[in-house]
Design a protein. Sequence first.
Length: 104
Amino acid sequence: MQSLRLAAPFLLGVPMMNKSSIHDRAMKALHDLRPETPFPLRNGPPSSLDDLMYRHATPGVSIAIVDHCQVAWECGFGVRSADRQDEVRASALFQAGSISKAVF
């Protein structure tokens, strides 16, 4: 894998769901990510989380699905940083930076 520099957290807020819909949402988050376009109701082509991490030089991410104010699913992917090959776990903390304004 190429030398990667950034690490970013993602939080997926979704309405109350059962276990199978949580699994479906998690699989969509991992394999069917679509960029927004300036055209309403039209998205770009799908990408996987792996593709986006590679394209944006992101060594690791931690993703959580929140259901009714509770963490329903969580998982870590990749490594903590390009210079530290520690595996990212769901409990990994990343600096949120400006994204915290939209998430918290």
